[in-house]
Design a protein around this ligand. Structure first.
Ligand SMILES: Cc1cc2nc3c(=O)[nH]c(=O)nc-3n(C[C@H](O)[C@H](O)[C@H](O)COP(=O)(O)OP(=O)(O)OC[C@H]3O[C@@H](n4cnc5c(N)ncnc54)[C@H](O)[C@@H]3O)c2cc1C
Ligand code: FES
Length: 258
């Protein structure tokens, strides 16, 4: 399906948990086409500054509504947080190659495990919704309790959830990948799905390889065009360089050369 450039009306834009924004916009065309793991590229205001669009994952769709969540970390996301309901955003989407939801085992014999690190949780709620018949187990990792996002959304989908925090303020004390290793001592999953910081994804890829479990990883990269034209987001795979925006952001862990 082809991505579209649209002017989308903002339905709501709320600040939550301090530094996070939850924004809903209206777009039948994006809502109908979006797959978990795909993203939209947003022009956050109507001027040339900032020049580049900001890539943000599709967090969910409902009817003609599309939901995103974002962390306010710099100029672009700060401006985005100030946009009001009723205003219009210039958006291109849905972009990229999302998770392959047909690959996981749906027999119920093998659980699918979703591993989320920090803001990487954003596309994984949409994925959990698509996989909910297989009752995925969700491992959420964050630095501290206050930074655990989307817990209620995963609960509402009937997912089993385990938490890891670096400081031990909630759940397992340590890295979410250490928790994954413990869980794999008890459960043999059909597939792993993950999104988060690159060191975490590298660890998930290594664990998947050691345990011979297929894994799909959603990568982040600094992007400009978002459509594979500028070569600004290339990564090395076993079959040469590929663009994260067009060939990804989701890759099979076995494809990546790291
Ligand atoms: C495919 C994809 C999906 C994404 N989905 C989400 C999402 O759902 N929610 C969300 O909050 N963020 C998401 N991001 C990251 C988001 O695009 C950046 O946080 C955002 O562009 C920062 O813009 P800014 O102007 O606020 O910050 P800037 O001023 O541009 O940067 C502030 C700081 O963040 C770092 N940074 C900027 N962009 C990235 C990036 N792409 N990856 C890592 N570090 C970066 C910069 O190096 C700098 O240190 C996604 C990125 C990609 C590539
Ligand atoms: S951002 Fe231009 S090729 Fe990916």
């Amino acid at each position: 399906m082809k991505a579209k450039q649209i002017k989308a009306r903002i339905i709501s834009n709320q600040r939550r948990n301090g530094n996070y924004g939850h924004l809903e916009f209206e777009s039948t065309v994006i809502a109908q086409q979006a797959q978990p793991g795909q993203f939209v590229n947003i022009k956050v205001n109507n001027t040339w500054d900032p020049l580049l669009r900001r890539p943000i994952s599709i967090h969910g769709v409902s009817g003609s509504k599309v939901k995103i969540i974002y962390e306010i970390i710099g100029k672009g996301t700060q401006i985005l947080s100030q946009r009001r309901p009723g205003e219009f955003l210039d958006i291109i989407g849905p972009l990229g190659h999302g998770f392959d939801c047909l690959r996981p085992d749906k027999s119920g014999q093998h659980k699918n495990i979703i591993v989320a690190g920090g803001m990487g949780v954003a596309p994984l709620v949409f994925l959990a919704e698509k996989l909910k018949l297989s009752k995925p187990l969700v491992l959420i990792g964050a630095a501290t309790k206050k930074q655990i996002l989307c817990l209620q959304e995963f609960k509402a989908l009937g997912c089993a959830i385990k938490i890891a925090t670096d400081d031990g303020s909630a759940g397992f004390k340590g890295r979410v990948t250490d928790l994954l290793n413990i869980v794999l001592g008890q459960v043999k999953p059909g597939s792993l799905f993950s999104c988060g910081p690159q060191p975490m994804l590298k660890a998930v890829a290594r664990i998947a390889c050691e345990n011979k479990i297929p894994a799909q990883l959603s990568l982040e990269a600094h992007m400009a065009c978002g459509v594979g034209a500028c070569l600004g987001c290339e990564i090395l795979t076993k079959t040469g360089y590929k663009s994260v925006c067009k060939d990804g952001p989701v890759f099979g862990s076995e494809e990546l050369a790291w």
